[in-house]
Design a protein around this ligand. Structure first.
Ligand code: B12
Ligand code: SF4
Length: 518
């Protein structure tokens, strides 16, 4: 009897060009997207699956190539945020050269924001998976295994031999998050930190955020989240658990219920943990339970201290809500992180001063003061590309799209270098005006990679961070540099993404109404 060899799928988190931001570039955790895709695939079919997480395993491009050649997969799936897409395309090109038959698939927020443009820009990718990847990728792998057409699979962008780049309709998102299996962490080396996703999506529409998981927050049941956490704790004994939700307490009652259940399993005694939420979604009861669960940090989006900017941001907050949330946390002894972003639309020195003053007043344990990045699909990207909001778009080279040592935009009235100096000035103010010299030194040590990169950039304006990275000699040639996405496409793609979001919300409302009517 002849047994058919299993169809092989490889999932890759590509290497970095240099460790600029160690907590991202040299992480102590595996990439959740790949863990989810792999888990779903193996639950529903019998593909052979391997994962190479080059960032977790600290691998270079050639090491990934060697591992891919040993495995000889038929399909290779890559994941990428915007700032990772070029190294990812380079890795795909290296592998494609040696394994020309393998199909290169890419997914993640960047591809979702710019589906056709990404295939146009990077010839090494054959197919893109737009939005939620689990079901689409399963259907795609099955079709490719059978050599059957893929044009009926929703959520794809692909190269058609005659018609050029084609995109199929956006796939309806997976509403029932409990239907997803636990991430396949067993396919990764053991890590220190594990991400848990208790919900996907967020109802807000901040100007700087693409909200790629959609405007409908899809929560998982308390019981399932607790079971997953217990499984991670028992199997991997991690040091940290981090929630990857956009808005962790989107349903405060459910979050309180979750915290009660976590208390019962001694969660906070077994692991450090953190999450990110919105200042409107907290109350005394929540903070009381967070404290009991010994949460390590509760991060909340502050973004700016300027009233006008807050009004126009799409986050539905104001200074008093922000101050109130942080005061409440302090009252309960809950450690906080404040996420701030310099470079809001129409930013001025005056509005930056308001932001720094608010950050000083909040005095969060962990202040994080980033500089705006015009990620594709966002309103800010559209404004920057159109020269609105005082912005000047500096680059559509995605290697410049890091939040700390990035180089993607500046203002006509505030240069990039000045923005970076103000960022440093902001940190100094937050710590020193609160008499926290030791905390500042500790912070500088923890974030020394980014601090050093920013300092070097400020001292050598115009050079960006390229001199801190090691760019392979054939990098530009292999990834087709020069075919960068135009400003016009950045403007149009915001409109296209917004249409997807609006249609999705309408469809959801309609389905809710049907449920109520029946
Ligand atoms: C947790 C998190 C982090 C963590 C961990 C990230 C990591 N390396 O794993 C930390 C805090 C370190 C982090 C850092 C950054 N993050 Co972050 N992060 C998130 C967050 C909150 C959750 C990500 C997640 O795990 N989601 C759960 C998984 C299952 O969803 P997913 O990744 O989207 O994957 C699904 C689909 O996209 C698709 N898919 C993805 N990959 C693939 C691959 C294949 C082959 C297929 C078929 C499908 C597919 O299928 C998946 C399952 O449905 C998201 C927002 C969010 N809630 O998603 C932001 C988010 C992804 N981060 C973002 C950014 C910008 C960053 C930073 C660049 C910040 C910065 N420096 O500016 C860094 C870069 C990190 C790096 N280089 O690794 C942006 C990305 C925007 C963009 N266009 O790229 C997001 C969307 C936040 C936002 N709203 O702006 N982040
Ligand atoms: S609240 Fe957070 S996740 Fe939601 S749209 Fe704003 S930045 Fe994005």
């Amino acid at each position: 009897m002849v047994t058919e060899a299993p169809y092989k799928v490889l999932l890759v988190n590509a290497p970095v060009l240099g460790v600029l931001e160690p907590w991202y570039d040299s992480p102590d955790f595996g990439r959740p997207s790949l863990a989810y895709i792999a888990a779903y695939l193996r639950e529903h079919d019998n593909f052979s699956i391997q994962i190479i997480d080059a960032k977790l395993e600290k691998l270079g491009f050639n090491e990934v190539l060697e591992r891919a050649l040993l495995y000889k997969p038929q399909i290779i799936g890559f994941t990428a945020f915007t700032n990772e897409i070029k190294p990812c395309a380079y890795q795909a090109a290296l592998i494609k050269e040696k394994l020309p038959e393998a199909i290169m698939v890419v997914g993640g927020p960047h591809l979702t924001a710019l589906p056709a443009d990404t295939l146009r820009e990077f010839p090494s990718f054959d197919i893109g998976v737009v939005g939620d990847g689990e079901v689409t990728f399963l259907e795609l792998c099955r079709s490719l295994r059978q050599n059957s057409p893929i044009d009926q699979i929703a959520g794809l962008v692909y190269r058609h031999s005659v018609l050029g780049i084609k995109q199929t309709p956006f796939r309806t998102r997976i509403a029932d998050q409990d239907s997803l299996p636990y991430p396949a962490w067993d396919l990764f080396p053991k890590a220190n930190t594990y991400f848990v996703q208790a919900s996907r999506g967020c109802p807000y529409q901040c100007v700087f955020c693409m909200n790629h998981n959609g405007r409908i927050a899809r929560t998982r049941s308390v019981q399932q989240v607790v079971n997953e956490i217990r499984w991670i704790l028992d199997t991997y004994q991690p040091e940290w658990i981090r929630f990857g939700d956009e808005l962790w307490s989107v349903d405060i009652d459910r979050s309180c219920e979750l915290l009660e259940a976590l208390l019962a399993i001694g969660f906070g005694d077994r692991v450090k943990w953190d999450m990110t939420t919105h200042v409107n979604f907290v109350n005394d009861r929540l903070f009381e339970l967070l404290k009991k669960n010994k949460v390590t940090t509760v991060e909340m989006g502050v973004e700016t201290g300027d009233d006008q900017a807050l009004k126009q941001m799409g986050k539905a907050t104001n200074r008093s809500m922000i101050l109130n949330a942080f005061e409440m946390a302090k009252k309960h002894g809950v450690p906080t992180g404040a996420l701030l972003l310099l470079g809001q639309p129409n930013e001025s020195i005056q509005s930056i001063r308001h932001t720094i003053d608010l950050a000083v007043e909040i005095n969060a344990d962990l202040p994080l003061l980033g500089i705006m990045v015009p990620f594709p699909g966002t309103e800010v990207a559209k404004m920057a590309a159109a020269g609105e909001g005082g912005y000047r778009l500096l680059s559509t080279n995605w290697d410049d799209y890091n939040k700390h040592p990035g180089n993607a935009l500046e203002f006509t009235s505030i240069s990039r270098t000045r923005l970076e100096l103000l960022q440093m000035w902001g940190y100094v103010n937050i710590f020193l005006r609160n008499g926290r010299l030791v905390d500042m030194l500790r912070f500088l040590w923890t974030y020394r990679g980014a601090a050093w990169a920013t300092l070097r950039k400020v001292m050598t304006p115009g050079r960006g961070v390229t001199d801190i990275r090691t760019i392979p000699a054939d990098y530009d040639q292999k990834i087709n540099a020069g075919a960068e996405v135009s400003a016009i496409r950045l403007i149009e793609s915001r409109g296209e993404w917004n249409t997807v979001q609006v249609n999705e919300a309408k469809k959801y409302k309609l389905s809710q109404r049907k449920v109520l009517d029946s």
